[in-house]
Design a protein around this ligand. Structure first.
Ligand SMILES: CC(C)(COP(=O)(O)OP(=O)(O)OC[C@H]1O[C@@H](n2cnc3c(N)ncnc32)[C@H](O)[C@@H]1OP(=O)(O)O)[C@@H](O)C(=O)NCCC(=O)NCCS
Length: 129
């Protein structure tokens, strides 16, 4: 881990601040907003691997391990963990960075596994190149 608490030698595919507009009535961040960021993050390596259009076929698992708060900076890491004929499974891990006094701490907040399918121009499954 670095001094920021983010994983060493890894580049997040998305970094975005959580704003008041993303909060729920309880004051933490709406789970649907996090799911949206995770889906976008996972689609990035999948689209690159598929060399073309993909769709989200399934969310195999989704864990909200810790809450996210307004002002947190979200970093999403996405790795391809499996491939089939037309499908790509991506693991997405999300960290939230927040200020704690003079320090910035990072917390692993979410972990998910999503399946994307490469599609052709008719929206049908397409074999991965
Ligand atoms: C994606 C879609 C074209 C696939 O069509 P389909 O008839 O389900 O195709 P298949 O049954 O051949 O499955 C395609 C691949 O998905 C995998 N798959 C199907 N259901 C799955 C599930 N529940 N979980 C994980 N993988 C699944 C299959 O194993 C197959 O992978 P493989 O070719 O690597 O072996 C179709 O389901 C679809 O259009 N879904 C809607 C997508 C969408 O709108 N997403 C939200 C917005 S992006």
């Amino acid at each position: 881990m670095t001094e920021t608490g983010l994983p060493d030698n890894r580049v997040p595919v998305i970094r975005i601040p959580a704003t008041p507009a993303d909060a729920n009535m309880g004051g933490s961040i709406f789970g649907g907003w996090i799911m949206s960021q995770v889906d976008i993050a996972g689609s990035i390596p999948a689209e690159i691997r598929a060399q073309g259009a993909i769709v989200t076929r399934a969310v195999d698992s989704f864990e909200f391990k810790k809450p996210v708060f307004v002002g947190d900076l979200i970093s999403c890491y996405a790795d391809i963990v499996a491939e089939g004929r037309t499908s790509i499974t991506v693991k997405v891990t999300v960290y939230a960075q927040r200020r704690n006094g003079e320090k910035i701490e990072a917390v692993e907040v979410t972990e998910a596994s999503l399946v994307y399918v490469a599609i052709d121009k008719n929206g049908r499954p397409r074999a991965l190149p």
